[in-house]
Design a protein around this ligand. Structure first.
Ligand code: FDA
Ligand code: NAD
Length: 426
């Protein structure tokens, strides 16, 4: 059994949705494009899962957040794919790939061949077992990567109302889920090994603002330690978590957000890998010229960092996907991807944006007692990164613009004094 396509997108997440949209904009013919996804639904905006999806009232549900509503573009429902002659092969895992023969073998036993393959397999959540802790399969332990996880989390939250949750991990999932738990009237304790939350990006000063805000909402923090085991009752229901420092925290439910691993296993030994992802050039093309990689799974050259990076954020997934399709469909008109990293989050009434690279000296500015403050990162005498909480559209655009311009900074004190004004007047 087999089918043949000109273009195949492997994976049906954010990057797949945006790539399909770009293929259509660039005139793909009916029957040329196929998307194969393990998930049972058409590509959707994954960020909704830790935000609107978890709200107790009027939660976001599909089909409302299919791609590309995240950028205020058209919503690609299953009908849209049908109308454009795109084959959606859903609920189907690809279990092996042969890049030499240009074939994919699905778990249902079908062989699908391609001329050009776009790998958009994203990443999977790391499991506690990978850190030597058993119990991930317990009923009230939740991870959050896909729609099935989100549905499970909603059910567990509903049955834990008024109870205690322990959130393991102080990164994006930990911070966004902790906020959602509070909104669902569940008592939250966050546990993570670092000295402060969001250690990959936030400075101690920025982190302490968010931690104090969370504490005012009732969230407790246990820092500098990790989970070692769970306690269970006679029905195998979790009753508590035990930490390395000896603390025992009662728990009706647990959310684990301890990072991800890119889904590269199909291509190990076939494509060049770097920094955990599939290494691609500025056209998002891998070491095999018929295979492109985009989104969380791709390691690509980032100009502002002067190195290759693998980014785990939605803007990068959307734009790398569009760029790869441009390079595939109109190679002569497409130059190298010139991407400015952009990360953001929204929790409670807070909202921040970050652009660029968080390396070098940090210059904080603004009112850390109010709700509008930020920071610049200055490396080798140039602004390379900018962060802003509580900004307006114009202010966010200004920090994005100066980060791209990388202005030279002679006096760090002067930059601190000017603060946001520096970005607004440049
Ligand atoms: P993505 O994970 O979206 O899709 C991968 C797809 O490939 C999935 O459909 C998967 O099932 C499929 N797949 C994998 N292997 C397969 C196989 N062998 N066969 C078939 N299918 C296979 N970012 C941000 O900037 N702001 C935000 O607010 C958020 N919020 C957020 C919330 C939550 C809950 C998560 C989990 C993530 C975020 N992110 C985020 C990160 C962002 O969602 C992420 O960077 C993108 O989804 C990456 O898009 P991809 O398409 O690369 O992977
Ligand atoms: P993360 O990398 O942001 O954070 C992982 C956290 O795990 C670390 O901060 C650390 O505190 C913790 N940790 C590591 N080892 C641990 C251990 N042994 N025990 C306890 N804690 C440990 O990853 P995440 O929060 O799991 O998020 C998963 C993915 O989803 C990431 O790619 C992230 O970018 C993405 N995401 C992004 C957003 C956003 O951009 N707003 C929102 C949600 C999810």
């Amino acid at each position: 059994m087999g089918r043949a396509f000109v273009y195949v997108i492997l994976g049906g997440g954010v990057a797949a949705g945006y790539a399909a949209h770009e293929f259509v904009k660039r005139g793909v013919e009916h029957g040329e494009l196929c998307i194969i996804s393990e998930e049972p639904v058409a590509p959707y905006e994954r960020p909704a899962l830790s935000k609107g999806y978890l709200l107790p009232e009027d939660p976001a549900r599909l089909p409302a957040f299919h791609c590309c509503v995240g950028t205020n573009e058209e919503r690609l429902t299953p009908k849209w794919y049908k109308e454009h002659g795109i084959e959606l092969v859903l609920g189907t895992r690809v279990k092996s790939a042969d890049v030499r023969r240009k074939t994919l073998l699905t778990a249902t036993g079908e062989t699908i061949t391609y001329k050009i393959l776009l790998v958009a397999t994203g990443a999977r959540a790391l499991k506690l077992e990978e850190f030597g802790v058993k119990g991930s399969d317990a009923e009230s332990v939740c991870y959050l990567r896909d729609l099935a996880d989100a549905n499970r989390l909603v059910n567990v939250m509903q049955s834990s109302s008024g109870g205690n949750a322990v959130v393991i991990g102080g990164g994006y999932i930990g911070m966004e889920c902790a906020a959602s738990l509070v909104i669902n009237k569940i008592n939250v304790t966050m546990v993570f090994p670092e000295a402060h939350c969001m250690a990959r990006l936030f400075t101690p000063k920025i982190a302490s603002y968010y931690e104090e805000y969370y504490q005012a909402k009732g969230v407790k923090f246990v820092k500098g330690t990790v989970l070692t085991s769970f306690d269970f009752d006679s029905n195998q229901k979790i009753t508590a978590v035990n930490l390395r420092d000896g603390t025992r925290l009662p728990a009706d439910m647990v959310i684990v957000g301890i990072g991800i691993r890119p889904n590269t296993s199909l291509f190990e030994g076939q494509l060049t890998l770097e920094k955990g992802g599939i290494k691609v050039n500025g056209r998002m093309q891998s070491s095999n010229s018929s295979v492109y990689a985009v989104g969380d799974v791709a390691t690509f050259p980032v100009k502002i960092s002067s190195e290759t990076r693998r980014l785990e954020h939605v803007d990068s997934a959307r734009k790398s996907a569009r760029h790869a399709v441009a390079a595939i469909m109109e190679p002569e008109k497409t130059t190298d991807f010139d991407y400015l990293p952009f990360f953001y989050s929204r929790v409670f009434a807070l909202s921040w944006q970050f652009y660029g690279d968080s390396t070098g000296d940090v210059i904080h500015f603004g009112d850390f007692l109010g709700n509008s403050f930020g920071a610049y990162w200055v490396n080798n005498g140039h602004v390379v990164g900018s962060f802003l909480e509580g900004g307006t559209k114009v202010e966010y655009e200004a920090i994005a613009k100066i980060t791209r311009l990388k202005p030279e900074i002679e006096d760090l004190t002067d930059l601190e004094t000017q603060g946001l004004g520096f970005a607004l007047t440049l």
